[in-house]
Structures are given as structure tokens and as C-alpha cells.
Design a protein around this ligand. Sequence first.
Ligand SMILES: O=C[C@H](O)[C@H](O)COP(=O)(O)O
Ligand SMILES: C=C(OP(=O)(O)O)C(=O)O
Length: 360
Amino acid sequence: MTIELDTPASTSNRRVTAFHAIPSPAQLQAELPLPDRLAARVAADRDAIADVLAGRDDRLLVVVGPCSVHDPEAALDYARRLKPIADQLADKLLVVMRVYFEKPRTTVGWKGLINDPGMDETYDVPRGLRTARRLLLDVLEIGLPVGCEFLEPTSPQYIADTVAWGAIGARTTESQVHRQLASGLSMPIGFKNATDGNVQVAIDGVRAADARHVFFGTDDHGGAAVVETVGNDNCHIILRGGRGGPNWDAGSVREAVTALGRAGLTPRLMIDASHANSGKNHEQQAEVAREIAAMIASRDTDEAVRQGISGIMLESFLEAGAQEPGPGPLVYGQSVTDKCMDFATTAAVLHTLAVAVREG
Ligand SMILES: O=C[C@H](O)[C@H](O)COP(=O)(O)O
Ligand SMILES: C=C(OP(=O)(O)O)C(=O)O
């Protein structure tokens, strides 16, 4: 049902043109249920990720996949290629596929598959939600854990039961709404440092999400509700560089783990090799990932730094680079947001990281 508001008669909704009803989270989950055997796997994957983040498991967490999903077929193709590599390297790497449906924009731009699945400004959100949930179930069937960024405060209720790891992005890491959201999410959550490079806001985010909160939200049936959470003690920070430059180097990692320790938090973090850590250049990203591997492998690396690196994020798809989003025609398997490494480069980087963990 759509309520059109062409001629608002009151002081309300003067800039709102319509409300479009969408299915409730409970309705979508009933339509596309998560089978018990997959739910058990999601729960086990979340525990395994928490163990890596806490240092109880000495593998490296690797969140790898496209910057954004726009073509579910290509994402599934990617998952099928990633799965055997994840299995082969599973004694050293815990591989989670990046399956990102919500894109935070610096100003304006395509906001991801849930918001506009056709990339044609028709904003068919119900179709976006269905496509996203179907794809998450399909990737779980292939046997990979999935990682998502959570951007809209209510969208997680539609998909979060399938998700093993989540992120709060650089543009929302200081937002109370997103910290409250993280406090109630059931999986480990990474907070990015801010776009200006400020790491303290991510540390503050981890501390805020660890606490219990009471805030405005919706229940699983779409009704307005006050939500109470217990807090999420499986959060961590992600270094993604900033306007001042990259922060993947040993000095920046040392500084960040020291600050984490000062805040009474586990001195371990994830490094995003993409975004401002690579100047959004996919070739540079592969180079940064290799440098991080070298840091992990080398006995000359400060112990606090080596022990501090619990995870890495990589933006990767089937083809290298990026193209403009739109209804088509598009290059199959190429990003429509940030530039990604191609699959062959990704496979080589994953092997290099596994060797580094073995040597480190
Ligand atoms: O990860 C993707 C982008 O870096 C992020 O969404 C911001 O993109 P934009 O600066 O092109 O809007
Ligand atoms: C938007 C992203 O990153 P950041 O928040 O670091 O810009 C992302 O990882 O897709």
C-alpha cells in the first residue's frame, strides 16, 4: 500500500512525498526461512569469528568479496570460486565472504541492492530485500559465512539471522543510532575508523556497543517499539585509513592497539586493505595486503603489532576495477562501486596471507 502525500494539509511531511508499505521482517523470514542446519552453521561461524578476534584461535579472519553486490548470479559465481580456496586454507585463514547490500555514500549515489535493485532509480525495496535474503541463503548453502555492513537501522531485522560478521562503516561509526544497533546484533561487529582517520571514534563505538541500550526501533512485525539490548561484547575496530593517509603500517597498528589497551579492550583489530588504505586503487590494495602479510610473517615485527592483527578486509570480485552502476549493459563480475581486485589476484593474496600466518 502506498500513501501519497501530494497535498499535505498540515505542518507534517512537507518534504515527504510518499510512504510505501513493505513486508515485515517476520513476513520475509517466513517466505525465505533459514533452515535449522544453516542456522546452526551461522551460530558456529559467529563463535569461530569471536574466537579469532579474541585470540583464542590463532587464524587470521579474512573478510573478502565485492565492494557491493549488484548481480546475485555473479556474487554466487564468486562464492563458488572462493569456497574451495577457503577450505584449502582453513587451518590458517577463517574466510568470510563480503556480501554488502547497503552502501553509505559520501554525498549521493547508488545506495545498494536493497535500496535500488534495478540500479534504475525505481527503488523496488521489497524486491531488494527478497533478492538479498535469497542470495545470503544461497551463499550459506555453498558453505561460506557471510559478512554485511549494516546501514539502515531496521534493515538488519530482515537478514541478520544469516550473517556471521557485520560492519559499521566509516561514515556512521560515530553515530549513536548505529552503536545502539550494534549493541543488539547477534554477531561480532567491526567499527571502521572515521573518514578523517580518527581511530578513537571506532574505539568509542566498540565501548558504546558493549553497553546495554534502550532506544526507538521496530519489532519483527514492523510495529513501532522501544528496543532493549544487552550489549555486544564481540566488537572490534577496523583500520581503513583516512583523509590524512593510510593506517595499515606497523606504527599505526601499534598506536591503535595501545589505545585499545588503554580503553580496557582486547588489543586486536582488523585492517581494511582497501578504501583509504589503498587510495581506492585495487592494484595498490593487493600491494598493501602483501605488506600486511609480510608484517604478520616477520619475526622483526613488534610482537604487539603481530599479535594485534586479527583480521584483514579485501575488496575483490571476478574482474578487476570498477564500472558505473546502471541498468546495463554491464561487465559481468565487475564492481559498480569501489575498484576491486580480480579473482586471480585475490587467490594469490589469500595464499600469501596463509603462508604468513604459518610463518608468523
Ligand atoms: O565502499 C564504498 C565506498 O567507498 C563508499 O560507499 C563511499 O563511496 P562514495 O564516496 O563513492 O560515495
Ligand atoms: C563503505 C565501506 O567502507 P568505509 O566505511 O570504510 O568507507 C565498505 O567497506 O564498503
